[in-house]
Design a protein around this ligand. Sequence first.
Ligand code: MN
Ligand code: MN
Length: 364
Amino acid sequence: MPSPTTPPEPATPEPVTPEPVTPAPVRDVGPGYREQLEQGYVFGSVLTFGQRPLVVEEAQLDAWRPDVAVLGAPFDLGTTNRPGARFGPRALRTNAYEPGTFHLDLGLEIFDWLEVVDVGDAYCPHGRVEASLDNIKAKVASVVNRGIVPITIGGDHTVTWPAATAVADRYGYGRVGMVHFDAHADTADTIDGNLASHGTPMRRLIESGAIPGRNFVQIGLRGYWPGQDVWDWMAEQGMRWHLMDEVHRRGLDSVLTDAIGEAMDGVDHLYVSVDIDSLDPAYAPGTGTPEPGGLASVDMVRAMRRLAMETPLVAFDVMEVAPAYDHADCTVNVAHRLIMEILAGLAWKRRQRGEQPSADRPRR
Ligand code: MN
Ligand code: MN
């Protein structure tokens, strides 16, 4: 028996497991490319969303580790009326005037707090609906499967079918809610026998189980379509909607509070989809199916900001910008600003969490 003064046997040292090392992000595009980006839309030659770097190789995307990736889906074969939304991605990258990057209301430099890249377009070969939609789904998946927030620029609203399916594939069927701004419900079964129309994507998403009907909330619906049979189907799915008439009476801010609660009831993630025709044609004439009596841009920019700030937003899209019908770039600029408000809201959320911007984060 050891005496009380005997020093204890030295403990066998525990094997040391090295801390997993996350490599620092690599965000280098080279000085010449950087210089072109810094010149801005008017004088530069690199036309990306918000003059963000173009990162099209998946290995480079892995190294870059952005928070958000903007992508284009130049598809309009699902359009029932005026075509041309295939030019939406190009217009938002080139025709919107560059507004600066400091958000006045939030008092923050957006890109100091949020790393955003442009990952280019999904390939949408003309006349080939299935191939196009498959490519859009794969492009969104290549972003969301890395935990990056995809911001998809349409394209007609058919695009939201593959885009939101990719998001549900990542986060789980039944785990993602939807807030959908539109003049139209887009819940028809078929149109002209077509399952993949811009009037049917929301039905496809509910039928597949990607988005639960009871978490599917629509805002801004008005006009003269669809008919009673479709509203009956929507009610059977447990869908919730806020007609433009209700928004007109109560105000968008108040309606949005309800919509967020409805969409998030029992799910953990949110997809927000904006048909630009949810806005009144006075603000957004450049679209295929304009419907008078719609939302005002002054309310919509604030709604986007709130959605990004207050919800677990994992994906966003802006659809149906058809620049050939635009006047004075009104539609292009408001669509661009809806995305800027989402980015500002996400940046604000990072600042609230105290996530310091990384030192190597380039301004552009
Ligand atoms: Mn619409
Ligand atoms: Mn739509």
